[in-house]
Design a protein around this ligand. Structure first.
Ligand SMILES: C=C(O[C@@H]1C=C(C(=O)O)C=C[C@H]1O)C(=O)O
Length: 451
């Protein structure tokens, strides 16, 4: 055993996995980042870095750079996500006791642009060979989990149709988390008061609900269902945190950084029975609403302002577009930046996250005022909810979403779901409560809970 990380990346035959990346989601303990048929799945855990507090991103950055500095990397594929990769999830709040983490798996399988690969990672001295990597893939896909029956792969249909997904598993039930619905609506009303009093412009308030599943939680099945149904979203799974987020905090590929900013939400169920076509309805109610546009502008401004010092050039849509998901529509904007050299280096993903998080989309504006009010009104430790979740590689590439539309698997039968809403001057507590239910829907459906 040495302390030097060694990795070998070899191509995999894509033809042998026609279901794309989701067909590798066969264990409850996988690390996952997936969109459409592409992404990364991690197996096992070689080591991890833990941190809490305001310096959590920069401490993680130092740990990662140190680890890969001496690493012996053999990479026969050379794409973003090949070579050593760490998966991570960070607490939303700098004051949270929740532990932020970067996890280095023993094996990573990746698919991108029609190419597939596997990377084996090790700290020991035995030679890494192509045959060894392929045998390791085989082992992780077929060996039973320590505490599971390993049957997740059997009979699983990764191309799940929406009808199958929406069938009711039946036995689960829900209870409220930190605040009752009435108390949460009171918190929203108090937030609106503060905005009216001129203390801040926008505030994002979240709440939690607890799902109890007597038959147990099948995390791999949850990930497969989210990936099959929320194809526009990034499905993530890191150490019990699972979900499918539509919001990209920062994606770095070489010198190019991209973000997808959302703010402004409309429940698609609200369009049932209206005369317009659903999209015309979304255009009218969402893109045509002063309140929603205002909320969106605040979110875009805060992101572009924070990204500007790291960028040589930046562009974003002049008009937001409507992002259609199975549960809701959002007002969305994509921002693209060419990263500048800072002290001779392209900024790392974690340095960018350190500057960007928390965005107005999940905290509010001004950030410090909104953050303090969230602590006062929510009565909730957000844990990893609304924090960055994603992966990074040794070349500086990475994808970090905002952990929304997700949940924390607390034990074999308990899952805590989180959802929040941007509050501005015109917000109505009841409408915001309804919006949280629309945002809980992806996870409720994946867990088989009807409401
Ligand atoms: C806070 C959440 O979502 C955020 C808030 C939105 C809004 O208020 O319109 C839209 C997308 C996200 O930026 C959540 O899903 O929990």
């Amino acid at each position: 055993m040495t302390s030097t990380l060694r990795t070998l990346t070899v191509p995999l035959d894509v033809e042998s996995s026609p279901g794309g990346l989701p067909s590798f989601l066969v264990r409850d303990d996988v690390l996952c980042w997936s969109r459409r048929e592409a992404g990364l799945v991690g197996y096992g855990e070689l080591t991890r870095f833990n941190a809490t507090g305001p310096e959590r991103f920069l401490e993680a950055d130092i740990w990662w750079r140190h680890l890969i500095l001496e690493a012996e990397i053999t990479d026969h594929v050379e794409l973003p996500g090949t070579g050593p990769v760490a998966f991570g999830s960070f607490a939303f709040s700098k004051t949270s006791p929740h532990v932020s983490r970067l996890i280095l798996p023993e094996l990573v399988v990746g698919i991108r642009d029609g190419r597939a690969w596997a990377t084996q990672l090790t700290f020991d001295d035995r030679p890494l060979t192509e045959a060894g990597v392929l045998a390791s893939v085989e082992r992780w896909l077929t060996e039973p989990e320590p505490n599971g029956d390993g049957s997740a792969a059997e009979g699983s249909d990764v191309g799940l149709s929406p009808e199958v997904v929406s069938q009711d598993g039946g036995s689960g039930h829900l209870s409220h988390g930190s605040l009752s619905e009435a108390n949460w609506m009171k918190a929203v009303a108090d937030g609106v008061e503060e905005i009216r009093a001129g203390k801040l412009e926008k505030l994002v308030l979240a709440r939690d609900v607890v799902a109890t599943l007597p038959d147990g939680v099948n995390a791999a099945e949850v990930l497969r269902q989210l990936a099959a149904r929320y194809r526009e979203c990034w499905t993530y799974g890191v150490d019990g945190l699972v979900g499918a987020t539509p919001e990209m905090l920062i994606q770095v590929e070489g010198r190019t950084a991209q973000a997808r900013v959302l703010a402004g939400t409309l429940d698609r169920r609200d369009a049932e029975g209206v005369d317009d076509s659903p999209m015309a309805y979304a255009e009218r109610v969402l893109a045509g609403s002063e309140k929603q546009r205002h909320e969106h502008e605040i979110a875009i401004d805060s992101l572009t302002r924070q990204l500007a010092p790291f960028s040589e050039a930046m562009n974003s849509h002049s008009e937001p577009f409507i992002l259609e998901l199975p549960n809701v529509w959002h007002l969305a904007s994509d921002v693209k930046a060419e990263l500048a050299d800072i002290e001779g280096h392209v900024p790392t993903c974690l340095a960018l996250i350190n500057a960007l998080h928390p965005t107005a989309a999940v905290c509010g504006t001004p950030t410090l005022v909104a953050g303090a009010l969230i602590r006062k009104l929510e009565h909730l430790d957000r844990g990893p909810y609304a924090g960055p979740v994603g992966w990074l590689d040794a070349a500086g590439n990475g994808e970090w979403g905002i952990a929304l539309r997700g949940a924390v698997i607390e034990d074999a039968n308990t899952v805590r779901l989180y959802a929040g809403c941007g509050i501005v001057e015109g917000s109505q507590p009841e409408a915001e409560l309804a919006e949280t239910w629309a945002k809980f829907r992806p996870m409720l459906e994946a867990l088989g809970i009807k409401r």
